[in-house]
Design a protein around this ligand. Structure first.
Ligand code: ZN
Ligand code: ZN
Length: 265
């Protein structure tokens, strides 16, 4: 895929890159930067080009940070980490998913059944990409986030916060100073980035692709409790503004009660 995509600054020093299939983010800190999530296995070129456009040709990050170890977020992580000679960070609870054979790993749990079902439903090219991501094992250096919350190495002012449910080791990245949350698939927004309609909806990730549905809902409440001013998701366009926190609270309360998956506004 040589389609040229450019990253947009969505908060100070935070650039979002909407790729086909999932979003990745570039987070600047002083003279260094980190890549948050890594798209599908076919995303390396787009990420490399967008990073060079923001930080200069030949620039490389200090690390690659993963919100969770699903193949639409880890795809290019191994290739880029080896090329840039940087570590990949993932929460310890998602490490087995990252370093194992993605397909054989996921087959033994609910996520596996979901991805198995997805492979059968997807158009040919996506199914091939998924299977390829399963076949290629992770070869780079993986370091782990541990426990519930902590500082993000190399990104002063940022914390990781465990938000399990969609996957066992899902985390969100949080910068309290200006209330920016990079939430991966803990909470999603629709419509897709680039759509013209101003209507945006909050939603949970698809339940068949989520590891524990009750925890998924609890993590939506956790994100609401942060009261972000900017919400940047793994899928869908970013949302921001003073009405965001109340909307998130209302959304989390509704899904906690009813199992509803979209805020319907
Ligand atoms: Zn996911
Ligand atoms: Zn995803």
């Amino acid at each position: 895929m040589s389609r040229r995509v450019t990253a947009k600054e969505i908060a100070t020093g935070v650039y979002g890159l909407p790729l086909r299939g999932s979003n990745v983010y570039f987070v600047a800190s002083g003279s260094s930067w980190a890549l948050v999530d890594a798209g599908w296995g076919t995303s390396a070129t787009a990420i490399r080009e967008a990073g060079a456009a923001v930080f200069g040709p030949g620039s490389r990050p200090s690390s690659i940070l993963l919100t969770h170890a699903h193949p639409d977020h880890t795809g290019a992580a191994s290739e880029l980490a080896l090329e840039w000679d940087v570590p990949v960070y993932v929460h310890e609870a998602d490490l087995p998913l990252l370093v194992g054979d993605a397909m054989s790993n996921v087959r033994v749990d609910p996520i596996g059944r979901a991805f198995g079902a997805l492979v059968r439903l997807l158009p040919g090219r996506l199914a091939v990409a998924l299977e390829r991501s399963g076949a290629s094992r992770f070869h780079a250096t993986a370091l782990t986030f541990e426990g519930e919350r902590g500082a993000v190495p190399g990104l002063p002012g940022w914390e990781y916060i465990a938000a399990p449910g969609h996957s066992p080791g899902h985390v969100v990245f949080w910068r309290e100073s200006d209330r920016v949350a990079l939430v991966g698939d803990a909470v999603l927004t629709a419509p897709l980035w680039g759509a013209l309609t101003p209507v945006r909806r909050l939603s949970l990730p698809a339940w068949p692709a989520s590891w524990d549905w009750q925890k998924t809902k609890a993590s939506a409440a956790l994100v609401a409790g942060l009261e972000p001013y900017v919400l940047a998701t793994g899928h869908g366009a970013p949302m921001s503004g003073i009405d965001l926190a109340p909307r998130l609270h209302a959304f989390a309360a509704r899904v906690a009660k009813s199992g509803e998956v979209a805020d319907g506004s």
